[in-house]
Design a protein around this ligand. Structure first.
Ligand code: NAP
Length: 288
């Protein structure tokens, strides 16, 4: 780290835990490749200490910071301005310090959209079905609606959570229409008949549920679906394997992760993240 100087601008991630995060590696590699005078650290800020943490970052005049669990919602209270899409999503995953003014953004959903665009997947005039209605689903559904996607269906075990996202879209984003359904394979099969994109946004298929699949009946799928899973560890979930066997194009969550980071990099530095850094992260499955 011989490159750190008196002028070096600090960026960081805050959350708890953060020691597993590979974002410091990605951003520092990109700063180094481009010769930018920034550095990135990870700070473990426990629940109950967020205000002090944000005050401290403000005092230190950091250039920007990422926010991860459990602070993505609460951090909004301590910022000076929040972008409209992040307000609708109700969560912020990155902050820019613009001359002392802290501005909140959410790049999660935009990162997912960028991963579709990079694969030339058409989505604007298509019917998109999301399974799951947590934070990631909300970010993706709202950004898709803001992009002009008209037909968004949200399917979740807990119907109320899906309805809450659909209501946010229908009330706030003109021209977009979202419906919600409870997770039931018969209903899902019907819904998928004329759908083009299916996204698993639930946590089923990783960690303790690595051997599980959010759907059981492979005949729910048809080969013309583009099927995505937000999970990237394992690289191919049971859900994606099933879709691949059915002849669908598939995508795991790694590209979303890399692109949301690249968008953050651009917000802080005004510069595109080097493609070679993104490729390395994608190849090595390095970020969490
Ligand atoms: P979250 O807010 O906790 O939401 C979890 C979702 O999974 C909810 O819809 C929940 O349904 C559903 N779920 C959990 N267990 C279930 C089960 N046994 N059966 C059916 N549904 C179940 O989590 P999140 O932040 O949205 O993250 C969701 C996933 O996306 C995680 O795997 C996370 O790692 C991944 N992710 C990836 C990226 C990326 O960049 N690739 C970014 C963010 C998140 P209920 O509402 O019924 O509880």
């Amino acid at each position: 780290m011989g490159r750190i100087k008196g002028s070096t601008q600090l960026t960081c991630i805050i959350g708890s835990p953060v020691d597993h995060s590979k974002s410091p590696y990605m951003h520092n590699l990109a700063f180094e490749k481009l010769g930018l005078d920034y550095a990135y650290m990870a700070f473990d800020i426990k629940e109950g200490f967020l205000k002090q943490g944000v005050d401290g970052l403000r005092t230190l005049n950091v250039r920007g910071f990422n926010i991860t669990m459990p602070h993505k919602q609460e951090v909004m209270k301590y910022l000076d301005k929040i972008e409209e899409d992040a307000k609708l999503i109700g969560a912020v995953n990155t902050v820019l310090n613009d001359n002392g003014k802290l501005i909140g953004y959410n790049t999660d959903g935009k990162g997912f959209i960028k991963s579709l665009e990079e694969r030339d997947v058409k989505y604007i005039d298509e019917k998109i079905v999301l399974i799951g209605a947590g934070g990631a689903a909300k970010a993706i559904a709202i950004e898709l609606a803001l992009k002009g996607v008209k037909n968004i269906v949200i399917v979740n075990r807990t119907l109320e959570k899906a309805e809450a996202i659909s209501n946010t879209i229908n009330k706030n984003i003109q021209g977009s229409e979202s419906r919600s359904l409870v997770l039931d394979e018969k209903l899902l099969k019907e819904e998928l008949k004329d759908a083009n994109i299916l996204i698993n946004t639930t946590s089923i298929g990783m960690g303790d549920t690595i051997d599980n699949n959010i759907i059981n009946d492979r005949d729910i799928l048809h080969k013309d679906l583009f099927v995505a899973d937000l999970i990237y560890n394992p690289v191919k979930t049971k859900f994606l394997s099933m879709a691949e066997e059915k002849g669908c194009r598939i995508m795991n969550g790694l590209a979303m992760l890399v692109y949301q980071g690249a968008l953050v990099f651009k917000i802080w530095t005004g510069t595109d993240m080097p493609v070679e850094v993104m490729k390395e992260m994608e190849k090595r499955n390095l970020i969490e």
